[in-house]
Design a protein around this ligand. Structure first.
Ligand code: AAT
Length: 291
């Protein structure tokens, strides 16, 4: 450990630890679920850390939040009801609200401290809570989904932390079964699905579970996020039986009109070309995941 630097150390990426220079620690607390820390870094803006793992930095959050939202929502016509699991910082909400077809957004985040800290230190993420279509539910995503009526959502976005700690069950088969039930026919889910450089075994398990459960499409996509372990992170995208979804060819491009009507900052990362490109996998990953 280098004095004055934050190093991200975890058994999920043994033998390596990405480090950021710390200018100032802004918040340290312990919630019912995890240790919460916010610091000002020298080169990535403010950083949110949960149990020692980087969740968001101001500089590169766009690459993750825009992709985890627009990959699923641009793949179906007219998404109306959307559920977000995790994502307490509000960044995913900010992106969902760019879609003018959306009528209602539920978010189920387990940790109220993440929501409060984001409102205090990350106004550009927490701005997502200002949309009147949003309802916040503080609780476990697994339990929340069990209480949802069948066929409720057009899209479910699982913006979850890593499978050590409160997010563990969000990577398991029963959870994916309840996701599939909560979706309408031809509805879509996009889940945080770790790194092809570090977690091929986890990805392989998720893919095999999803192939059993989702009778529409099952695809893996990825993006670059410099402050996530190995600098890349992926998403599992699946659709339920019903109207066919071709994730590689977005049918609902996000256009200027949608963005301007909400007076938002323009998209920084996502566009239709990067959408299609995100599904092209390196050969070593393609061999395990399939196409
Ligand atoms: N958009 C920021 C990226 C995240 S945040 C993940 C969120 O999931 C956290 O706020 C955490 O409190 C919440 N969470 C964890 N478990 C549950 C659960 N069971 N139900 C609801 N919310 C939960 C992801 C960062 C990825 C890091 C990659 N190394």
């Amino acid at each position: 450990v280098i004095p004055g630097w934050f190093s991200e150390i975890s058994p999920m990426w043994p033998g390596e630890a990405h480090s950021l220079k710390v200018e100032k620690i802004l918040f340290q607390g312990k919630s019912e679920y995890q240790n919460v820390m916010v610091f000002q870094s020298s080169t990535y803006g403010k950083v949110l850390v949960l149990d020692g793992v980087i969740q968001v930095t101001e500089r590169d959050e766009c690459a993750y939040q825009e992709m985890i939202v627009h990959l699923p929502l641009c793949s179906i016509p007219n998404p109306k009801k959307v559920l977000v699991i995790g994502g307490g910082d509000g960044g995913v909400l900010r992106e969902v609200s760019r879609h003018s077809s959306v009528e209602h957004i539920d978010i189920c985040e387990i940790d109220a401290m993440v929501v409060d800290v984001s409102k205090q230190f990350f106004p550009e993420l927490a701005v997502g809570y200002g949309d009147p279509r949003v309802s916040l539910h503080v609780g476990d995503g697994v339990a929340f989904l069990k209480s949802v009526d069948e066929g409720t959502y057009d899209a479910i976005i699982v913006d979850s932390s890593d499978p050590i700690g409160p997010a563990q069950e969000l990577f398991e088969k029963p959870f994916f079964e309840s996701v599939a039930k909560a979706l309408r026919p031809g509805g879509v889910v996009c889940t945080q699905a770790e790194s092809i450089w570090l977690h091929m075994h986890i990805i392989e398990d998720i893919v095999s579970v999803c192939r059993q459960i989702f009778k529409g499409s099952v695809n893996y996509a990825w993006t670059t996020v410099p402050t996530y372990p190995s600098g890349v992170i992926g998403f599992m995208l699946c659709s339920t039986e019903g109207p066919q979804v071709d994730f590689r060819h977005p049918v609902n491009p996000i256009d200027e009109k949608d963005e301007q009507s909400k007076a938002k900052e323009p998209l920084k990362f996502y566009n239709s070309e990067i959408h299609s490109a995100a599904f092209c996998l390196p050969s070593f990953a393609k061999r395990v995941i399939g196409s």
